[in-house]
Design a protein around this ligand. Structure first.
Ligand SMILES: Cc1cc2nc3c(=O)[nH]c(=O)nc-3n(C[C@H](O)[C@H](O)[C@H](O)COP(=O)(O)OP(=O)(O)OC[C@H]3O[C@@H](n4cnc5c(N)ncnc54)[C@H](O)[C@@H]3O)c2cc1C
Length: 382
């Protein structure tokens, strides 16, 4: 058993920490106020290698392993949770394309993701189908020449307001999972209407509804094969649940660290706040949960790196970590008293931002369902 990161991983994490502290953290609250990402942020993420983490080095990426990807996301999430979405989506979609795309497709698609020229979004959820994603209805209608036109609505798409490309799940066949095909499509505004969401948190991440009105796609845009969108492509998704867990845990960890600092410096009743067990113990308790959930997430990433199935720990992490993070953010807020409630500090914003990923990419119920099916066996589980 070895819990250490490699020197390369430590070096890259330190590089991202410095970048995140200097270039990203100062704008975290501004993005919440304006509802827009800082201009130029995505090019800077690309320059740091953050958009090409899961793109092979031969195609312009960093060719990083999953553990390194997790480390980089943690460093960024401590500075700006919402800036992580571009990195997360790029890591997830590049991984799917690298695992399921032909060599020609990879050469066509992956360099643009790594360079930041293509900002990518995952287009799965629809107004009528979220957890029950195998029932999606967005139609790929035959255009008569071996091509299709995408018609229908995707909703709750992170970065949807800005994305240039989407991994779009569409129905090409009959009902259920076997009728779904994944397309990597340029999101051409001539065939698309984007409507921004008004949200509790994640305000600079451009969550949007996308109405597809005859967006043309062809066989060259199919990822993994017709009718294999769910069966093959979705299989690659489990590890992103570990990445999301790390994002949430890191943002909460930052708030708990800040609360510890406050408990050292704030004086009450003749001494520092931390001298009271009622202040120190809840922080110790939440730090314990964050640390334990982090191990689960890294176990999942390590399993994927070693070629094993990360599904069980990744889904356990996603079922637990965002909730543990929300509770830790809440405790940190209370430790700051009235200051935590105010918008002077980023503490309250982190709480609002993290709640979103209790829902996004699979709720607690859905991820527990996946775990239960693995542990009990499909025929004995809900
Ligand atoms: C911050 C954020 C980011 C997101 N990003 C994206 C994105 O980039 N791309 C994308 O495609 N989607 C995205 N989503 C959408 C997200 O994946 C869905 O919201 C999620 O899958 C839940 O679907 P739903 O909202 O339709 O809720 P529903 O599926 O209607 O569920 C409502 C409630 O019922 C529960 N429930 C549903 N089915 C069961 C069951 N079988 N057993 C027990 N309980 C059940 C759920 O857990 C939930 O509590 C995002 C959402 C958020 C909030």
């Amino acid at each position: 058993m070895d819990f250490s990161f490699t020197p390369d991983q430590e070096r890259y994490a330190a590089q991202i920490r410095k970048f995140a502290e200097e270039r990203v953290a100062p704008h975290y609250q501004e993005g919440d106020r304006t509802g827009e990402p800082r201009p130029g942020i995505w090019s800077e993420l690309a320059e740091q290698g953050l958009l090409g983490l899961r793109v092979p080095a031969a195609l312009g990426g960093r060719g990083a392993d999953c553990v390194t990807t997790g480390l980089a996301l943690e460093e960024l999430a401590r500075a700006d949770f919402n800036a992580c979405y571009a990195v997360l989506q790029a890591a997830l979609i590049a991984d799917v394309l690298a695992s399921n795309g032909s060599e020609e497709q990879q050469a066509r698609w992956l360099p643009g993701i790594a360079s930041g020229e293509a900002l990518v979004a995952l287009c799965l959820t629809e107004p009528g189908h979220g957890s029950d994603a195998a029932s999606i209805e967005l139609a790929a209608e035959p255009a008569g020449d071996g091509r299709w036109l995408l018609n229908g609505v995707k909703t709750s798409i992170m970065l949807g307001a800005y994305a240039t490309h989407g991994l779009v799940f569409a129905r090409t066949g009959g009902p259920g999972a076997r009728g779904v095909t994944a397309f990597y499509a340029a999101l051409d505004d001539a065939h698309l209407t984007r409507t921004r969401g008004r949200d509790l948190g994640g305000r600079s991440a451009g969550r949007a509804e996308l109405r597809f009105d005859g967006l043309p796609v062809g066989p060259e845009d199919i990822v993994g094969g017709e009718g294999l969108g769910f069966i093959q492509v979705m299989r690659g998704f489990d590890y992103s649940r570990a990445l999301i867990s790390l994002m949430c845990l890191a943002a909460a960890g930052q708030s708990i660290d800040e609360a510890h600092e406050h408990a050292r410096s704030r004086q009450a009743f003749g001494g520092p706040l931390g001298r009271f067990q009622g202040v120190a113990f809840p922080l110790a308790e939440h730090a314990t949960y964050l640390r334990a959930a982090r191990l689960l997430a890294y176990e999942a990433l390590w399993l994927k790196d070693t070629g094993s199935d990360p599904a069980v720990p990744a889904n356990m992490a996603k079922a637990w970590a965002p909730r543990a993070a929300v509770e830790a953010c809440h405790q940190a807020l209370l430790t700051f008293g009235q200051l935590g409630w105010s918008e002077e500090l980023p503490i309250a914003q982190r709480l609002r931002d993290v709640i979103g990923l209790e829902i996004g990419d699979g709720t607690q119920q859905v991820t527990r369902l996946v775990v239960a099916r693995h542990l009990l066996g499909r025929e004995y589980a809900p």
